[in-house]
Design a protein around this ligand. Sequence first.
Ligand SMILES: Nc1ncnc2c1ncn2[C@@H]1O[C@H](COP(=O)(O)OP(=O)(O)OP(=O)(O)O)[C@@H](O)[C@H]1O
Ligand SMILES: [Mg+2]
Length: 267
Amino acid sequence: MGILRRKVPVPPAVEVRDSRASPPTVSTDLADGLAIVGTGLAHRYEGPSGPVPVLVDVTFTVPRDGYAALVGPSGAGKTTLLSLIGGLERVQTGTLSVGGREVATLEGDELAAYRRTTVGFIFQNFGLLEALTASENVELAAVLAGERSADRRRRTAELLDAVGMMPRAAHRPGALSGGERQRVAIARALVNSPRLILADEPTGNLDADTSDEVMELLEALHRDRGCTLMVVTHDRGLAARAAQQLVLDRGRITSVPQVATGPTAGR
Ligand SMILES: Nc1ncnc2c1ncn2[C@@H]1O[C@H](COP(=O)(O)OP(=O)(O)OP(=O)(O)O)[C@@H](O)[C@H]1O
Ligand SMILES: [Mg+2]
């Protein structure tokens, strides 16, 4: 699949944060999204008092231009499923393909590249390195992906700007609020222009306005670049913005057919 370069304007809600006259742009690689197909996935953890079955029989499809909300009660296995898709947990039972490739067959450097550049993972607990500043946390993800230093500095600055974090770029995570850490984690997940964005409660620590801005940024990447977007949320309003809702309960997924009201409506 060809990857072209083009400029994508940051959505207006994000521009509001920026006081400069000309709107900022995020230059990105134009990438097609990747379809996710899970079939009969089962997953268990080894707990202190024996195996903990989490996923029992999970079957679902998110199309390559998809925008899916993953919902379900706490402990249902949403983070587990996202971790399987992101290559952070190994598939135990069943099959999982992303862009036609079985995730279970990825090993070594290929698996590392998949995690670092194909997938942009926004962790529920941020996963920022405490010893590094906000800016260094974002840039490190690009260093690990082998980006040239001029490119990664530019991308880091663009993304910190887009999430309204330039004024705090030199702060370490311990000197950031929860919502600010969240936004740095989002910038880091996007720095390598991923084709698949996996966001685990990306707005869980944000106020309503910032939450809207963050969702609009993620949705713009989906809409304008064609990234596949999968968002875990407990917020019904946010879930309703997605083109597709996957409900995870008692180890199984039920899809809720719905009329899209979000940015993918009418596509
Ligand atoms: N490493 C682990 N070892 C043992 N059990 C685990 C491990 N990680 C998760 N679990 C258990 O697996 C279950 C599913 O966890 P998971 O984090 O996927 O849920 P979740 O749907 O993301 O919940 P939440 O909405 O609270 O984030 C939970 O009961 C949890 O206690
Ligand atoms: Mg979770």
